[in-house]
Design a protein around this ligand. Structure first.
Ligand SMILES: Nc1ncnc2c1ncn2[C@@H]1O[C@H](COP(=O)(O)OP(=O)(O)OP(=O)(O)O)[C@@H](O)[C@H]1O
Length: 314
């Protein structure tokens, strides 16, 4: 569905040039749900804009939905859907009318456009809101209408830029359940950006992480976490001196006051052994806990920075 090679975009400004995307290679097969993750300014939107033909690449190529983004942008656009960060629907037309108009723009007859609008209103649970104007809908309802608008022409591939950003947790869960439902109904390939690591982790079957315009990790969340982060063991000791001793008894432990943190492949198996070693060394352990890694741990291992830090440099 997506085959990109060396995709690059440099923005030339007056005094500097910004290498927003630096030679990305990416293959996405039909039916996949891919979450595209990265800190602010990493190059997610620029990549999406190139793949959706909204922005020409400086160099590199991409075949999207079977068409070349440079040679046949209209062919790409006819085969993909794009739900951007801003609302797609205007304020003045009723939800169903927006969908019908969109269908007419894609060449459907009035009857076909009406049928398609009703099908999408049902799929996205918008039927009771069909006669409402978008301005009167809640954030989550509006996002569902945006998704419906992106699906009018039955695209095999849908790009979603931050579909759940700005919504409260309940609306986010609701938008996600509809994204999964449309995938089940149509088998649509989904490529989406998100800031929410837990959503990428639990919903996407593949996570692609971009940083400074380059893809730095690509795989299932489980594999990335196992290969690149590992489980965490955290113990606290009675005294700071004992924490220092505890850290010296193992590789790569971090000490902070009376807390010692270390990474291991399998915490459940490693913890009893570590506790025995500590006991033998006379270290009194006050608390001990284990935790599975998160995607943020993966990013931290790869870059030394946290993905959840809003002040990350671009
Ligand atoms: N039109 C532009 N002109 C100049 N620089 C740009 C332009 N668009 C993006 N950039 C720069 O390119 C880099 C990548 O930006 P991009 O919007 O793709 O990041 P992003 O990962 O989508 O970030 P966010 O999560 O904040 O939306 C940033 O350094 C940004 O400032």
């Amino acid at each position: 569905m997506i085959h990109a090679r060396g995709l690059t975009r440099v923005f030339k400004l007056k005094k500097e040039s910004v290498e927003a995307v630096r030679g990305i290679d990416l293959d996405v097969e039909a039916g996949q749900l891919v979450a595209f993750l990265g800190p602010n300014g990493a190059g997610k939107s620029t990549t999406l804009r190139m793949l959706t033909t909204l922005l020409p690449p400086t160099s590199g190529t991409a075949i999207v939905a079977g068409r070349d983004i440079a040679r046949d942008p209209a062919g790409v656009r006819a085969r993909i859907g794009y739900v951007g960060q801003k609302n797609s629907a205007g304020e003045n037309f009723r939800a169903r009318d927006e969908l019908v108009t969109q269908g007419r723009c894609y060449g459907l007859t009035p009857a076909e456009a009406g049928r398609r609008a009703d099908e999408l209103l049902d799929l996205l649970d918008l039927r009771p809101l069909a006669q409402r104007k978008p301005g009167t809908l809640s954030g989550g309802q509006r996002r569902r209408l945006d998704i419906a608008l992106g699906l009018v022409h039955r695209p095999g591939l849908l790009f979603l830029d931050e579909p759940s950003t700005g919504l409260d947790p309940k609306s986010r869960a609701d938008v996600w359940s509809h994204i999964l439902r449309l995938r089940e109904a149509y088998g649509t390939t989904l490529f989406l950006t998100t800031h929410y690591l837990e959503e990428a982790d639990s919903m996407a079957e593949r996570v692609v992480i971009i940083d400074n315009g380059e893809i730095i990790a690509d795989g299932t969340a489980e594999r990335l976490k196992n290969d690149l982060a590992g489980d965490r063991i955290t113990i606290t000791t009675a005294t700071e001196q004992e924490a220092v001793t505890a850290a010296q008894l193992t590789d790569e432990a971090e000490v902070q006051g009376t807390t010692v943190r270390l990474r291991v492949a399998n915490a459940a198996a490693a913890l009893p052994e570590y506790l025995r070693t500590l006991e033998a060394a006379g270290v009194k352990v006050v608390t001990a806990e284990t935790a599975r890694p998160t995607l943020d741990d993966v990013f931290l291992t790869l870059t030394g920075r946290s993905l959840t830090d809003d002040d990350l440099p671009a």
